[in-house]
Design a protein around this ligand. Structure first.
Ligand code: IPE
Ligand code: MG
Length: 226
């Protein structure tokens, strides 16, 4: 979800105004994704590198996550949405950590739609934490035999989630920026020239049509091409 700051700047508003509008775009997108039959949506909301931003902006982003969960949790629950938050839990302020735990706990039985919020998330950090946990399990004798992709994945924050088919980055930047590096190995990537606060259902529909134009081979060859 990129481009909040530029959206605000273009209007002579503080960056925080862009983040506030970004939350509205998130609400819109969750609803649109559900309408379009998507079952898994993961949004990159705050990265482990975003701590480099001014403290006031970091506080705004934390406050917005808190307000979003507080305001939308009962609605999400009712709508059958299972909420997960991936990223490093350690280092989050205790009130946010508790709220996130609650959102996960209270929606754990839902399965209609899976909303995953990557917050204090960085793929390298996730892979390192998973490696540490995997190594501990091996040392404890809980894991024996060959090390496998599937075995390792059990230690990632996304252990219960399918790999993404499509990764969309808004705002015209052509970077992955440490998002789902392991999981997106074969994802289709789409870079769209829309600032996140402007993102709407028609942008999502067009992203999905572009996804369907792609040919996914997963390293193999097109049947009939040989
Ligand atoms: C995305 O918008 C929000 C977060 C990364 C938290 P930005 O704040 O990165 O907006 P730009 O890139 O400055 O326009
Ligand atoms: Mg940005």
């Amino acid at each position: 979800m990129d481009g909040n700051g530029r959206w605000a700047k273009a209007r002579g508003l503080p960056r925080t105004a862009g983040h506030e509008r970004g939350v509205e775009a998130l609400r819109r997108t969750v609803e649109a994704a559900g309408d379009l039959g998507i079952r898994y949506l993961t949004v990159f909301s705050f990265s482990t590198e975003n701590w480099r931003r001014p403290a006031a902006e970091v506080n705004t982003l934390f406050g917005l996550l808190k307000a979003y969960v507080q305001r939308d949790l009962s609605r999400l629950k009712q709508d059958g949405v299972r909420v997960r938050v991936i990223g490093q839990r350690e280092g989050l302020p205790p009130d946010i950590a508790e709220l996130v735990d609650r959102a996960e706990r209270e929606t754990a039985a839902n399965s209609k739609f899976h909303l995953t919020i990557a917050f204090n998330y960085g793929a390298r950090n996730e892979i390192l934490r998973a490696t540490q946990a995997y190594a501990r399990a091996i040392a404890a004798g809980e894991v024996t035999g060959e090390l496998t992709d599937a075995g390792f994945e059990q230690y990632l924050d996304t252990k219960d989630l399918p790999d993404p088919d499509l990764v969309i980055r808004t705002s015209g930047e052509f970077r992955i920026s440490n998002f789902l590096l392991w999981q997106a190995a074969y994802a289709e990537l789409l870079f769209v020239d829309v600032l996140w606060p402007d993102f709407n259902k028609s942008h999502l529909e067009s992203a999905i049509s572009r996804y369907h134009e792609r040919e996914r081979r997963f390293g193999a060859v097109t049947p009939g091409a040989t």
